[in-house]
Design a protein around this ligand. Sequence first.
Ligand SMILES: Nc1ncnc2c1ncn2[C@@H]1O[C@H](COP(=O)(O)OP(=O)(O)OP(=O)(O)O)[C@@H](O)[C@H]1O
Ligand SMILES: [Mg+2]
Length: 502
Amino acid sequence: MAPEPALRLRGITKRYGAVVACDGVDLTLERGEIHGLLGENGAGKSTLMRILLGLETQDSGAIDRDGRAVTITGPRQAAALGISMVHQHFSLVDPLAVWENVALGQSGPVRRAAVRAGVRAAAERYGLAIDPDARVGSLSAGERQRVELLKCLRRDPAVLIMDEPTSVLTRAESAELFAVLRRVVAAEHRAVVLISHKLAEITTATDRVTVIRAGRVVLRRATAATTEAELAREMVGREVTLGAAVGVLPHAPAPAAPASSQAALRLRGLTTRPGLDDLCLTVHAGEIVGLYGAEGNGQKSLGDVLSGLTVPDAGTVEVAGAPVDLRRPGALSAAGLGIVPEDRHHAGVVLDLSVAENLVMTRLGDVSGRVFVDRRRLRRRARALADEYGITAPSLDSPLRTLSGGNQQRVVLARELSGRPRVLVAAQPSRGLDVGAVEDLYARLRRCASDGIAVLVISTELEEILALTTRVATIFRGRIVGELPTAQADAERLGLLTGGAA
Ligand SMILES: Nc1ncnc2c1ncn2[C@@H]1O[C@H](COP(=O)(O)OP(=O)(O)OP(=O)(O)O)[C@@H](O)[C@H]1O
Ligand SMILES: [Mg+2]
């Protein structure tokens, strides 16, 4: 007799008002497999996983664990059933040490020596090199991911769910993560669910795939029997041209308009402690400049300065030749700088405000009547933006937190790109977007540049830099360490430059 699957979902349906997030989903997770779950933004992936964790309750359908029907009433019970999730947004506490973070989720008395030894043992067993005494605040994204994973694995889950775990990792880091997952699956017979928008990752890391579209399963396959093209087509329900998502984009096309000599954005000697060390960079109107480097080399500090969240210790920001008073709130936006921040949950949106309000938040000038905000105009403008950017929302009046991850992101992009800025800064702009949305985004950024906007893309993804930019500057320890036209850049050269070799 074949062993029962670790988890079997039968006919799971979940509605939010008129939205059917999951529509009769059948899904079987076998022990010893990595199962890829794919679908467009808003397809229902996270909702399905939240049901497995007891964070949501299905309207109908049943769940079997090892062949026995179970009702999952909350995360505690999910954990007791051996179901555990590595969350997309890190849930670590920066000032605490690695071992303290690992102990946080644990019930019962915490003995320092035992936890530290446990962390060491687990790190050894899974090949997740980490120092139990390191402060989490000082770790890179890849190291944080390891801590999250260790925390999860220490609970010994039979089913391990990862919702877009690799979106913050470099290519080397995600390769490492997949090697660990392989070990976990092969040696310990756990079942892993991997949600990712990167098709190349799905085809290399998983054994089987399930594609959902608008809440319904549309494809179930052994990974070896499918292709990236088929997966993309099933996700969106039509033929698509494959680009960034499969990592096969050629070098960036020549800039549509020759870069003018006017410096639209000039950063001089920007210094923040810690973070930036005398950073100098110029972006001209009509250019798309990429700022490339491994995570944790000052990109976040630069984003914070350009969002107006941090006043630098030294240095200046000039927009169109005029210095901006960085101590004045709103000065950057008033000078014509739009920004899509890296951590959209911190700086980009207000989760409890409506979709419509978030869409027009920094652009109230467009919708204010003489004194009051004109609700009708606000709605009209929000509706137009939602249509143009393909934002799926229960309604424009729903709080932003009810949107899927990718749709929240589209809201920030729509607002900042439509603001007709002089300078547009986009940090990790494709993170969390589905295949189609990434291509759409790239087309829009190119159009911005050919309309004469100066575009600065801050990215840790090589494919994105090569596909999108006209010039690359590399950042290392808060400084620009190299600069070259993208046409002369390749993985090896950029690798050397980002290692600080220049
Ligand atoms: N609390 C809620 N209230 C209303 N609608 C919701 C709620 N939570 C989710 N939804 C809706 O359910 C649908 C599925 O969302 P879900 O987050 O599962 O998508 P997803 O596949 O994870 O997408 P993404 O790739 O963008 O993360 C979306 O239309 C979303 O707006
Ligand atoms: Mg999601």
